[in-house]
Design a binder for this molecule. Sequence first.
Ligand code: ADE
Length: 238
Amino acid sequence: MVAPALNESMLKRAQERHLLDIRIHQLRDYAADKHRTTDDVPYGGGPGMVMKPDPIFAAVEKIRQERGAVRIIIPSPQGNLFNQTMAGTFSKEERSLIFICGHYEGMDARVKEGMPAEEVSIGDYILTGGELAAMVMIDASARLIPGVLGEPASLEEESFSSSLLEYPHYTRPVEFRGLRVPEILLSGNHQAIRTWRKQQALLNTLRKRPDLLANASLTEDEKEWVDQQQCDAIKSHS
Ligand code: ADE
């Protein structure tokens, strides 16, 4: 599941250019018995199987020997919520990140007790396992490593409007099924375009995710503009 997704497109190119090094480890390879068992029945009874702690510790210890300092992440719905800020810190992390992908409710509790690991959730829903969550976190973090996105300007653009939703984008043709590209974008007035885009991003955020505005760093003018939009919206409703 993991290899095909991480060896495609941007992440593939990033690895070819040595900006990123993703290694996938099969827990079975770290199991000590001849059947290479990684799970077992739960003590106390009940349904399902529990992932054994020993292959997980063996894998982490081997990786630590090979790679030096590590930061261990356990994808889990019980963890802190992953967000863009966390993606930024992962992208700058000096240590190797280890994502231990287990089956939710199915990992021996001594894994968390016995190693310094952070539980991280990608949202309030339950996945079948941690793999998809780890891939989401890897993708979002990797694209913030300088050079991974082809165009450095797109990251600059993103930080310029950080914590805001995107402004709308248009390409040719100038008119499509009766819908025209906003005239301002054809004006060649770069300052006016910049202001329009920022206002569109603010408006988009105000309408769809007003909660994000609390964390956005806005200038006094922008704050005033947002307040004005809210007043206008209230007036048009009454
Ligand atoms: N494993 C199962 N569900 C998950 C979630 N929402 N986030 C991270 N890991 C998970």
